[in-house]
Structure formats: structure tokens, C-alpha cells
Write a protein that binds this ligand. Sequence first.
Ligand SMILES: [Zn+2]
Length: 123
Amino acid sequence: MATAHAEMRAIDRACKKEHSWRLPEAELYVTLEPCPMCMGAILNARIKRVWFGAYEQKGRSLTSELANANLFNHTVEVTGGVLEKDCSEVLTSFFQEMRAREKFKKMKQKAKSGTKPPVSPKK
Ligand SMILES: [Zn+2]
């Protein structure tokens, strides 16, 4: 799902727990630089500070522009590059495993239709 990002899920859970849509004392820790959708949610929830590891390499994140745009009369402190190498490795292995699972699923579907037998993805 396009909106099922970790930041969105964490903000939703925190809001439910705090019974509030504002989280002015919250600090959010994420492995990857937040996307523009998540930065919007971070600002809307009035989160105090964001810490992230790896910088977004594929697209433009707009993190610093949005953090300092004073949207909703709120700015958020952002610190990036925390344990950057470790976070990059975690993300790389996560996406490699996800691609292997997708490939296995497709092979299994093909095998069901009678073409090739499935081969388990490497662990
Ligand atoms: Zn996001």
C-alpha cells in the first residue's frame, strides 16, 4: 500500500495512545529519510524532532525544505545520517529479501500453472 510507511504507522499508533492528534514532545527515529507524505504527517502531528539514518538516494525527499517551511506554524528539528552505513545495510537487505520473496511467489504461481517447479529463495 502506498501510504503504509513506518512513519505513518508510528504516528497513528502514538496518536491513539496519547488520545491526541498532536505529539509535541515526540521524537521519531527512522532508518530512511522521510518522504514528503510522511514529512507532512510529521508536521501535522507537530512532532518535535526526527532522527533518520540513510539519506533518500532515489527521489527527492524535501525533508529540510518541509521541516523549515513553517507549515501549520510548526517547524521540526531534523538530524540525518545517524548510523547511516548501518541503516543503509538494513534497508538493502530488507529490499533484497522482499524482491527474492516476490520472485519466489511468481515462480510458485508459474509452477501451479504447470510450467516450472519453484526454487526456494536464498536465506
Ligand atoms: Zn513516507
